[in-house]
Design a protein around this ligand. Structure first.
Ligand SMILES: C[S@@+](CC[C@H](N)C(=O)[O-])C[C@H]1O[C@@H](n2cnc3c(N)ncnc32)[C@H](O)[C@@H]1O
Length: 281
């Protein structure tokens, strides 16, 4: 019987361009870390039939390995994911750090917050864990996403601090006008013409979660324009963008006139990805 290490090496040789997906799948199925995989002395043969099944399915469909396994590790949480919800990306973890850091500086670490386009609930749940005195409202127009966000909140014991709403951006939050301490969002921002060029794995993710309209800025523009009706004076506004879009978002905020303290942040690769501001009131 072959060992797990031999099986992995064979697949690496056959598909060198898919090494990171292979490693992700092996780590997710075995629970082993990279050191254990490379140098551990356990044969791991008991995992091979399950891995072979999932790996062959991945090779045939290019369905994201996270969907095949049904979960992803994100920050210090394990989140359920499934077709119909965006797989939270590692760089989005920085949005949580950025929002929490500035919330601390500006004294916004309590009260009502909103995560617009909450998807799996990743950002909302990440912020609930680092800001233990806030209550979060997660909005999404996708019922599938909200079902998964609810399951994630329940598993993490956070459902009493997360209220989920189905609807279009701020519309379900009419009762919170002028009351939000913070608004965060990772909206769809990919320009429509680019969607067809995305890797095959991304084509399995909901178009609704990706499509940012002709120039990619349709939803970001809407969030700049509507947030002032919902934020308290001094409230925080923070979004993720595609690299190359932060300048346009900063311009939109400046043109709106009432935002102050505008900051941008790069991801770990040095790409501009996040914009944060404070509503002046
Ligand atoms: C890029 S995904 C972000 C998901 C999650 N927040 C994350 O970071 O992993 C964008 C989300 O916005 C939702 N969405 C798209 N259009 C929307 C709208 N008009 N109103 C509310 N949510 C919307 C999508 O269903 C999707 O869940």
């Amino acid at each position: 019987m072959i060992t797990l290490r031999e099986w992995r090496q064979r697949q690496q040789q056959l598909h060198p361009e898919l090494a990171s997906e292979l490693d992700w799948l092996v780590r997710a199925v075995t629970g082993w870390d990279t050191l254990m995989l490379k140098w551990g002395d356990r044969p791991g043969s008991e995992f091979i039939s399950q891995l072979e099944h999932l790996w062959q399915r991945y090779l045939q469909t290019r369905e994201p390995v996270q969907y095949l396994v049904g979960r992803v590790n994100w920050r210090d949480m394990e989140l359920q994911v499934a077709p119909g919800v965006l797989i939270p990306r590692p760089e989005t973890e920085l949005l949580v750090d950025m929002a929490a850091e500035w919330a601390g500086r500006w004294g916004l670490t309590n009260g009502q917050w909103a995560d617009l386009g909450t998807g799996s609930g990743a950002i909302a749940l990440g912020l609930l864990r680092v800001l233990p005195e806030i209550h979060m409202h997660g909005v999404d127009c996708s019922a599938t996403a909200l079902t998964i966000a609810q399951a994630n909140a329940q598993r993490l014991g956070l459902s009493n601090r997360l209220t989920l709403h189905q609807g279009n951006w701020f519309e379900p939050l009419a009762h919170l006008q002028g009351q939000l301490q913070g608004v965060v969002s990772n909206p769809p921002y990919i320009p429509t013409p680019l969607l067809a060029t995305l890797p095959p794995e991304v084509q399995h993710e909901p178009r609704l979660a990706l499509d940012g309209g002709t120039d990619g800025l349709v939803h970001l523009r809407h969030l700049v324009q509507t947030a002032p009706f919902y934020l308290r004076p001094g409230g925080l506004w923070c979004v993720e963008t595609m690299s190359g879009q932060t300048g346009a978002v900063v311009d939109l905020l400046k043109r709106q006139g009432g935002y102050q303290d505008i900051h941008t942040l790069d991801d770990w690769g040095g790409h501009d990805r996040f914009v944060l501001a404070r509503w002046g009131g």
